[in-house]
Design a protein around this ligand. Structure first.
Ligand code: GDP
Ligand code: IMO
Ligand code: MG
Length: 423
């Protein structure tokens, strides 16, 4: 068996959570491979809304196994909160969720360091989610991290050593440790809560499952343009969000990757600082934000909005080997007279169609194709046969530009508002 991978192609918040939930009935196992509680996925079904951060989005379906993989960084406090909220809503995840022993722990001091690093950057700050993501991955790569498996063995000593190192780092950044004792107490309680879960060697579990004919969906967080290697560095997150991240974040060999589902919005958003070539600062940008409710699920921050960027999308499709595209939030554009799509960048008078080394601090003029809007409320549609001609033409235009089929179209936030296209 092969694993399928589902990931974001833009700057995150494409609607990954919703689609993972929709696709889960096709799989036996759903596994998150990177990121942490910087992710925020909103899912809607049966009139209820749920927000997930660290727990895979396959948790709501028919009792499939969900796995938090080794590539993930986990904050026990936020994890406990999330699990308890799910339990209140009637979803007991203690039987269906497994956690990799090799996943790294986000400590309270990682969050303090995240804030201190941002302060030290001043005007050049990244606008992180403040969840301690960067410092935790830094500790992982510098071989100082604490892993989930460590809670089973001599944990207090390891924790105290890491804490001491972090406090010294905070002091060197001129940051204090106010409130740390209280945070720590809560954190240690939450670490205990983790013991309720099946803590596993997930690379063995996953490969045995594949050998035994089980199907697996790997769930990405963030998006390709936030990838630490290929995103708009340094305005990126600290993990590999691309398809290769599923290999390192779960222990899946490259040859075992099957379908790669790439998700994008019919427009573009970004939250936090960093370059965004098609960003709109006008009424249209505001209209997209209002209609699309473009406010972050984790931080409540306004998302910056703009037209779809096909230069960046082609780059993302190439990096991930996307085999199927999924277009989200097309309903947000239902009332627009015209739709624009950026097909190239004009940089210093030259037309560029390959995503350049950097798009930061240079004057980029997007070159747009303009297409007629469909001016139809599609939110109650149930099949692609109902699509207006202008919308079908828009899909054809994108498929031709991107060289990849669009197999799913999302026309609203609810699970039901999803159209699987005939192939
Ligand atoms: P994720 O992080 O990729 O899972 O995406 P988020 O959940 O952060 O952001 C997507 C937002 O759009 C959520 O509030 C979803 O409920 C909502 N959403 C998802 N698909 C659609 C859609 O097709 N139309 C509309 N209007 N909203 C959608
Ligand atoms: P989901 O999974 C959108 C952004 C932050 C910031 C940068 C670095 O919901 O799509 P970090 O806290 O990771 O160090 O922040 O990355 N960012 C996201 N933007 N969606 C996300 O996740 C994001 N996770 C991080 O805003 O610009
Ligand atoms: Mg999100």
């Amino acid at each position: 068996m092969k694993v399928d991978v589902l990931l974001g192609l833009q700057w995150g918040d494409e609607g990954k959570g919703k689609v993972v939930d929709v696709l889960t009935p096709r799989y036996d196992i759903v596994a998150r491979f990177q990121g942490g509680p910087n992710a925020g996925h909103t899912l809607e079904f049966e009139g209820q809304k749920y927000v997930l951060r660290s727990i895979p989005s396959g948790i709501f379906q028919h009792g499939q196994t969900n796995i938090i993989g080794n590539g993930v960084v986990l904050d026990p406090v936020l994890f406990r909160q999330e699990a308890e909220e799910l339990a209140k809503s009637g979803f007991d995840i203690t039987k269906t969720l497994k956690i990799s022993k090799k996943a790294h722990l986000i400590m309270p001091t990682h969050r303090l360091l995240d804030a201190a690093n941002e302060r030290a950057k001043g005007g050049a700050k990244i606008g992180t989610t403040g969840k301690g993501i960067g410092p935790t991955y830094t500790d992982k790569v510098s071989r100082n991290g604490l892993r989930i498996g460590d809670i089973l063995n001599n944990f207090e000593t390891r924790y105290a050593e890491a804490r001491k190192r972090h406090v010294a780092m905070l002091a060197s950044l001129g940051a204090g440790t106010d409130g740390l004792d209280e945070l720590e107490k809560n954190w240690l309680d939450a670490v205990d809560f983790l013991r309720k879960f099946d803590l596993i060697d997930s690379e063995h579990y996953i490969n045995h499952a594949l050998d035994n004919g089980k199907s697996i969906l790997c769930e990405g967080a963030q998006g390709t343009m936030l990838d630490v290697d290929f995103g708009s560095y340094p305005f990126v997150t600290s993990s590999n969000t691309i398809c290769a991240g599923a290999c390192t974040g779960l222990g899946v060999a490259p040859g075992r990757i099957g379908e790669v589902f790439g998700i994008f919005k019919a427009y573009c958003t970004r939250v936090g600082a960093g370059p965004f070539p098609t960003e709109l600062f006008d009424e249209t940008g505001k209209r997209i934000r209002d209609l699309g409710h473009e406010y972050g699920a984790v931080t409540g921050r306004e998302r910056r909005c703009g037209w779809i960027d096909l230069v960046a999308l082609k780059y993302a499709i190439m990096l991930n080997g996307v085999t199927q595209l999924i277009m989200m939030k097309s309903d947000v554009l239902d009332g627009f007279d015209q739709i624009r799509a950026c097909t190239a960048y004009e940089i210093n008078g030259e037309t560029v169609t390959e995503f350049p080394y950097s798009v930061d601090g240079i004057d980029i003029k997007p070159v747009y194709a303009t297409l007629p809007g469909w001016k139809t409320d599609m939110t109650q549609f149930r099949s692609e046969e109902q699509f207006p001609k202008e919308f079908s033409d828009y899909i054809k235009f994108l498929e031709k530009e991107l060289g990849t089929p669009i197999t799913i179209v999302s026309i609203g936030p609810d699970r039901e508002q999803t159209i699987i296209r005939n192939r």
